[in-house]
Write a protein that binds this ligand. Structure first.
Ligand code: ADP
Ligand code: ZN
Ligand code: ZN
Length: 733
């Protein structure tokens, strides 16, 4: 009889003991295996964490497991270790942490399907046929030649050669070849093809230095901060290091912010390497995700590219982790189990003793600080790669200037100049919709959301009001609900309105809007990207979707319509995020041979931080911010955690946090701030409050957070109240 300590996917801290009668079983249970157990009145998949001889519970309290699931799939030690660390650090129930590490289909008792692939091989007749005898169909001849040198070949390899359509069908019909299915994971696809599908670029001196440093460090832990200005060729450095890791027969994990926004990055990996690669993200079907997981787990996929949850992927032989755009907030999970994929990547690399590369043109203050403390090796790329040079900034002072739909005369003139030179222009405005407010001209009524403390955004085509916080939609009022007046006016500027204005100003030039509304349809974004890459003069107007790592060589002007809104953010990271976003937008200009320009419209041209950003660049801007953080003891100079509560009743979440605050012992080494309402107190019909803990000492902070967790678990809490812990939050309010 074995006693198993099992992590069960329930919101309760700790493991649960079950028994397993191994007497009549061929295998014992081991750590990492999946078991089917009953919990309360449910049946769930648990993960065996520990095997014990004895339990602290009386034996009549211990239930046997219902069954052991397919032992050929079990979590490797590295993932067990990572999940245990994460549960500890984020004070989150371990069963729920494992949920993040397993695709949904492995969280069911169903047998695991074997991923299949199609192979094509020659028939006896095919072997005996001389390709030269096929004179009229060059592609069929080419396919026969290919198979006579590579017999069998996978169907995807043949498709890659452009022979997958009618040439394949014709040879099948002629009985020269046949196809059959095999277990994909056992098929060393493309192993006999060269690893490089396209030649690598000769590195410049800085790239070479970065490459050499990382290459020397392969095989053991080190964190590298690749701080490369936009367009400096970070990706090329990644690709060349990856090649080395592949040559060592190891796998690579690449984390990127949002896959949908970076189709170009994916194709650069695909184009470079002739090896199985897997993409993991939330847009894939459950079946695809399982398959992707199997690809990584079995060692079949050599490169795995994924969004934040891919940090929990099991590998057979991991050799390197890359976190691209390490400053990006999408690497942080903001609901439920709130983890930072970047921080977990560093922990994982450390645990598995492999290097990790953090890449960004605008690193987070945390990473810059760690580099300064010599915990990370900083590798700067200060010049743009190839023939491109850094863009020139022009600040347009908006004070006292008339604006036409948010555009000043000098900006319109500048846009015209670039278009006349047959160039493309990118206009950035981080607000989608037509206008952020609809207002009654008579009485000042404004369109508010009935569920949230915020306004509904007016959308034009189609015309409706939309709350971007709770997704509530409604039709637009014909008359003012307060005073019946007919004149309801849009106030403020969104991308839809800016698009309209640009179309009126430049009627002969295509204007493309890129935001979440215009790219909702499948492939809509890819289509726009290929149109942009065709290089004809056009104007792109869009939100931060346009700022993400795209390479549009013919864009020579990036215009920032409104640099001011970010200056008034109440969050301690507001300024940092603004600097990152503006630098990334600016980085889209002048990536080709032409000099780029960046135009920034602002009412505060003298703002010292804006000036520093534009005149001295992001690194010195970041140093300023770091000095400020030090003065106020916020990260990276102090450690913080937030305790969130929410409920449909206003008093309840506040009252609960007050009790928590009273429960915590007095201590001069920890500051407890609050309870205070969130900036948007009511959202989606729920009132939200928070308590902030801050300490100069990480251990102290964590001790207090564990006390908070204890309080919540011991306290009887009304069912309509939800609470959550957020360690190292990236937003305070
Ligand atoms: P980043 O990721 O730093 O923004 P990219 O990797 O996208 O930069 O590189 C920008 C452009 O420069 C790409 O078109 C890339 O092909 C090119 N490039 C990168 N490295 C080199 C090099 N060593 N020589 C010539 N061109 C390069
Ligand atoms: Zn009115
Ligand atoms: Zn709302």
């Amino acid at each position: 009889m074995q006693i198993l300590s099992v992590a069960v996917p329930v919101p309760i801290t700790g493991l649960f003991d079950y028994s397993f009668d191994s007497e009549n079983e061929p295998f014992k249970c081991e750590s990492g295996q999946r078991v089917w157990v009953s919990f309360g009145n449910r049946k769930v998949v648990g993960i065996v964490v520990e095997i014990k001889k004895q339990s602290d519970l009386p034996s009549n309290k211990i239930k046997p497991i219902l069954k052991r699931l397919d032992p050929s799939v079990s979590l490797p030690k590295s993932i067990m270790q990572l999940c245990q660390w994460a549960a500890n650090y984020y004070h989150h129930p371990i069963g729920e942490v494992f949920t993040a590490a397993l695709p949904t289909l492995l969280r069911s008792e169903q047998p695991i399907p074997v991923p299949q692939t199609t192979l094509i091989q020659l028939t006896e007749a095919g072997k005996d046929t001389d390709p030269a005898s096929i004179t009229r169909a060059p592609k069929q001849r080419q396919l026969l030649e290919q198979l006579q040198t590579h017999n069998p070949s996978t169907r995807s390899a043949i498709t890659q050669l452009g022979l997958g359509g009618s040439p394949l069908q014709s040879l099948l019909k002629k009985n020269l070849i046949e196809k059959y299915q095999v277990n994909e994971l056992l098929e060393p696809e493309a192993n006999d093809l060269p690893t490089l599908a396209e030649p690598k670029l000769p590195l410049n001196a800085e790239q070479q230095h970065a490459f050499d440093s990382i290459e020397k460090g392969l095989g053991s832990y080190q964190c590298y901060l690749l701080e490369g200005v936009t367009g400096s060729g970070k990706t090329e450095v990644y690709l060349q290091i990856i090649e080395k890791v592949l040559q060592n027969n190891q796998q690579v994990l690449v984390l990127i912010p949002e896959i949908g926004l970076t189709p170009q990055t994916l194709s650069r990996f695909k184009n470079r390497f002739n090896c199985p690669q897997t993409v993991l993200h939330s847009g894939r079907t459950e079946k695809q995700r399982l398959q992707g997981w199997q690809h990584a787990y079995s060692g079949y996929a050599r490169i795995v590219i994924g969004t934040r949850s891919a940090i929990f992927t099991s590998f057979e032989n991991l050799g390197l982790i890359i976190v691209d755009e390490e400053h990006d907030s999408s690497l942080k999970q903001q609901e439920g189990f709130r983890y930072s994929a970047r921080d977990l990547a560093i922990t994982r690399a450390h645990q598995q003793n492999v290097p990790v590369i953090l890449g960004s043109a605008t690193p987070s203050l945390e990473s810059l600080y760690n580099a300064e403390q010599n915990r990370y090796t900083k590798l700067p790329l200060t010049e743009r790669a190839g023939a491109a040079s850094q863009p020139i900034f022009r600040v347009i002072d908006l004070r006292g200037r008339p604006l036409d739909g948010g555009l000043s005369q000098p900006l319109v003139k500048l846009i015209r100049q670039h278009l006349e030179q047959k160039k493309q222009v990118l206009v950035f405005l981080n607000r989608r919709g037509y206008a952020p407010v609809l207002m009654c001209h008579e009485c000042g009524w404004i369109s508010e959301c009935r569920n949230c403390d915020t306004r509904m955004t007016l959308h034009h085509s189609p015309r409706y009001l939309h709350c971007h916080h709770c997704d509530h939609k409604r039709s637009v009022e014909q008359v003012c609900p307060e005073c019946n007046a007919k004149e309801l006016n849009p106030v403020g500027l969104g991308t839809e309105r800016a698009e309209q204005v640009l179309k009126e100003l430049f009627p002969d030039i295509p204007v493309m809007r890129v935001d979440r509304d215009s790219t909702r349809k499948k492939n809509a974004f890819e289509k726009m990207i290929s149109e942009i890459q065709a290089g004809e003069p056009c104007i792109l107007i869009g939100t931060q979707m346009l700022a993400k790592g795209h390479h549009f060589p013919n864009v020579t002007l990036a215009a920032i319509l409104d640099a001011d809104s970010a200056l008034y953010s109440s969050d301690f990271r507001g300024m940092e995020k603004m600097g990152q976003l503006l630098t990334q937008v600016a980085g889209r200009a002048g990536r080709g041979k032409q000099q780029g320009e960046v135009a920034v419209q602002t009412h505060e041209p003298e703002h010292p931080l804006l000036r520093c950003l534009f005149q001295e660049g992001y690194p010195s801007f970041a140093m300023h911010l770091l000095r400020e953080r030090k003065l106020i003891g916020l990260p990276p100079y102090g450690y913080i955690a937030l305790i969130h509560t929410q409920s449909p009743f206003r008093e309840k979440p506040q009252e609960l946090l007050q009790r928590l605050s009273d429960y915590l012992p007095e201590d001069s080494t920890i500051e407890v701030l609050g309870p205070i309402p969130s900036v948007m107190e009511r959202r989606a019909g729920r009132y939200r409050f928070q308590l902030m803990l801050r300490s100069d000492n990480r251990q102290t902070l964590h001790y207090y957070v564990s006390q908070c967790r204890l309080f919540f678990e011991e306290t009887k809490i009304d069912r309509d109240i939800r609470w959550q812990l957020d360690i190292d939050p990236i937003e305070l309010f």
